[in-house]
Design a protein around this ligand. Structure first.
Ligand code: ADP
Ligand code: NI
Length: 219
């Protein structure tokens, strides 16, 4: 099988798992992450494209946010990859990436170092959390979980554990920008992603400035 044939099957598997998400992690998110990872990867010829794009397609399929039983979801993904002819080494790399790329792992300090392929997928995932798309995803996510949009009396939290990050009581969508989204630019691993993040950062800063000016009837 060629890489393209395998990637088509991976894409179909991902779509079948991600199609019904209502938290901003649907298949459209996956397609953007794959597109960004492919684009960033062009600057890094040493990165294995098949591993990078497979991890990008599957990275949310086994996420705690989306599946109750992550062990069962992982096993199903593993069996799928075996069926597609991936070697044990390739499968281990793909799982190393998926298991350690998430933001909350970074909060806990439990994340293992990512190989180059994983650094690219993590950057692509983070790019999709910022800029115009990031603004719309944060609002969509917050609405789904019943967060307030804004409350000037609720101050952004500075240090957060994983449990606090997932506790949405007293969280506001606007605070999520200060607590997480504006910090992602400086967490990018690759130079290519850092460059893309600059513009997206400015889009968010402009949005927040406008939002507060309108809130205060100043604009
Ligand atoms: P990761 O998958 O890296 O662990 P998250 O699942 O925490 O990241 O976040 C994915 C996206 O969901 C974020 O980029 C953001 O758009 C949205 N999101 C997560 N938590 C919140 C929140 N408390 N308020 C608004 N949006 C959120
Ligand atoms: Ni994602």
């Amino acid at each position: 099988m060629t890489d393209e044939t395998v990637l088509a099957a991976v894409r179909q598997f991902s779509q079948s798992k991600m199609g019904n998400d209502e938290t901003g992690h649907g298949f459209d998110h996956i397609q953007r992450v794959v597109g960004l990872a492919d684009r960033i990867g062009q600057s890094y010829p040493d990165a294995d494209r098949l591993e990078t794009l497979t991890a990008a397609y599957l990275h949310d399929v086994i996420d705690e946010k989306l599946v109750a039983d992550t062990a069962a979801a992982s096993e199903e993904v593993r069996q799928f990859l075996v069926g597609q002819g991936f070697t044990t080494t390739q499968i281990d790399t793909i799982f190393l990436i998926m298991d350690n790329m998430s933001y909350h792992k970074t909060l806990d300090g439990t994340a293992k170092p990512l190989p180059l392929e994983g650094q690219i997928v993590q950057d692509a995932d983070r790019l999709d959390a910022i800029g115009a798309i990031g603004i719309s995803r944060a609002i969509y996510f917050g609405g789904h979980f019943g967060e307030k949009i804004y409350d000037p009396a609720v101050k952004p939290r500075t240090e957060m554990t994983h449990a606090e990050y997932r506790n949405l009581n007293n969280e506001t969508i606007i605070n999520h920008f200060y607590e997480k989204l504006l910090t992602l630019k400086d967490l990018m691993n690759t130079t290519a992603a850092k460059q893309l993040a600059e513009h997206r950062q400015q889009v968010m800063l402009d949005f927040l400035a406008e939002y507060k000016a309108e809130w205060n009837a100043e604009a």
